[in-house]
Design a protein around this ligand. Structure first.
Ligand code: GLU
Length: 503
């Protein structure tokens, strides 16, 4: 194992949109691979055609691409072990199922589905569960209980069958997980899982093991929900005589309440996305990309949900994550997903961006609103309002008054500030403003303040009124910056309109 090349895979089933827990699994595989100079493989596990969902496969690949998780070998990328979609590898699995049967580690079973269902219900009515395994297999309809001739006849006549793994009886299997440590399971607690079906499709277990072997996977890093399958997988490696990869089962992502697994249904119900991208099919679901998250912030947030760097550092670029990531710093217990923390990460990345970058991201939204400021002006506007924002989409709300005169005036402010003297004061302010040269924030501020003092007015009261007429409310950045950016004409016109409408 020591000299084995590091090759890991993310092996999702295209059964719907990829949950953020799945993206985290992909991310940890990717970080692990890159940390060791290894290869990250994307394998699509679509052997269960009944659960196949159109669009899901592209969704998975687009999600990884958006998140900056680069696939080295996969369906789109190709690679030396192609094909990477299991339904395109159908012929491969048959001979491995045969091999296990030849070795006596698997057998044909012909039990009709309704008979199995009847047994399940019968057991259930006694408060027990029916297991197809060492205690029951010799009473069932399979190649262990019938002659070779009978088996052949049934298969030749096209009868539906499955191939089941013959789990040995009462044997302790020892194996270890890089996160969970050593585990012992007694085989008598395990049933004879179906590996292959006569329709030519393997089940997850067989295809997964065969492909991990053929694709020379060195480490299997996957969600904790697959831990119960691990004993069977270990047994399959043993039956085939293959060296098993090392395993690491990642703890669950928990709901924001900390109770229970974060499920696909939680997100929109609780007011945050649980998917990386918007899911447009059937029951639609929101995504981090469309909510305006930066992929770097999203990835940074996910990386720290279950892994810790052992330092106080919270902000990591992808390269820093690659350098710092080790499996031994992945925790054993579930990580509570915190949507506020996700926003916090986005805010941090938002504020790390330059005014120019943010302005370029903001420009399309401004254009969509019907305005086309020059870039320098927008950069200036962004520099004034970005403190109050955490997303590019917040910027419009913080900056709309740079583009549009107020349509209404905040009634609370009007009631508090607008008095019988206000019109006169604003008229006089208007005269002052009309004569300021050059019309810059500094000169304007100095002249207006001097005028306020010379008139004996209260500075706060006058500036609040001025702001009310320019913005329509008591929000926004430095007043004189607003006036300078919208310009003299617009400032005068807003003063005029305000006086008419409020007097
Ligand atoms: N196809 C399985 C899934 O959907 C893969 C589990 C594994 O990584 O072995 O998660």
């Amino acid at each position: 194992m020591a000299d084995r090349k590091i090759r890991v895979r993310f092996a999702p089933s295209p059964t719907g949109p990829l949950h953020i827990g799945g993206v985290r699994t992909a991310l940890y595989n990717y970080l692990f691979a890159k940390h060791h100079g290894g290869t990250f493989i994307l394998r699509i596990e679509d052997t269960d055609q009944t659960r196949y969902v159109d669009g899901a496969e592209d969704y998975i690949m687009d999600s990884l691409e958006w998140a900056g998780i680069k696939v080295d070998e996969g369906v789109r990328e190709g690679g030396p072990f192609a094909p990477y979609r299991q339904s395109d590898r159908k012929e491969i699995y048959h001979r491995y199922a045969d091999e296990l049967i030849r070795k006596g580690d698997a057998y044909y079973a012909f039990d009709p589905a309704d008979e199995l269902e009847r047994l399940r219900q019968e057991y259930e009515s006694h408060g027990e569960t029916f297991n197809y395994g060492c205690n029951s297999r010799m009473n069932m309809c399979n190649s262990l209980t019938m002659t070779a001739g009978e088996v052949e006849k049934r298969i030749a006549s096209g009868e539906h069958y499955v191939v089941r793994y013959r789990m040995p009886e009462n044997e302790d299997i020892h194996f270890s997980d890089l996160i969970r440590g050593d585990i012992v399971v007694n085989t008598s607690t395990l049933d004879d899982k179906v590996l292959y079906k006569s329709d030519g499709m393997p089940t997850y277990h067989l295809a997964n093991i065969v492909d991990d072997h053929l694709m020379e996977i060195s480490h299997v890093i996957r969600g904790e929900e697959w831990l119960p399958s691990l004993p069977l997988h270990v047994m399959l490696y043993r039956s085939f005589g293959w060296e098993a990869p090392l395993f690491a089962h990642l703890p669950l992502l928990l709901k924001p309440t900390g109770k229970g697994k974060l499920s696909k249904r939680d997100g929109d119900k609780m007011g945050f996305p649980v998917f990386p991208l918007y899911w447009p099919y059937g029951e639609t679901a929101s995504g981090y990309r469309e909510e305006g998250y930066f992929p770097e912030a999203f990835v940074n947030m996910l990386a720290l949900l279950g892994w810790n760097p052992g330092t106080e550092q919270e902000i990591f670029t992808m390269d820093e994550l690659i350098a710092a990531f080790t499996i031994d710093r992945v925790g054993k217990s579930g990580s509570r997903f915190d949507p506020d923390k996700a926003k916090w990460f986005n805010a941090r990345y938002f504020h790390m961006k330059s005014d120019e970058e943010l302005a370029d991201l903001f420009m399309p939204q401004v254009r969509e609103k019907g305005f086309s400021p020059d870039r320098a002006t927008l950069v200036r506007i962004v520099s004034l309002v970005k403190e109050r924002a955490a997303f590019v989409k917040d910027l419009w709300h913080e900056a709309d008054f740079f583009f549009m005169a107020p349509e209404s005036y905040d009634q609370n402010v009007v009631q508090k500030r607008w008095t019988a003297d206000s019109t006169g004061q604003m008229l006089s302010l208007r005269e002052k403003v009309a004569g300021v040269h050059p019309f810059t924030a500094e000169v304007l501020e100095q002249s207006v303040k001097e005028w306020i003092t010379s008139m004996g007015y209260n500075t706060g009261a006058i500036l609040n009124l001025f702001r009310l007429l320019l913005v329509g409310a008591s929000r926004g950045p430095h007043l004189f910056d607003i006036a300078a950016i919208i310009g003299r004409e617009e400032t005068l016109s807003r003063l005029d309109n305000g006086m008419v409408r409020l007097s």
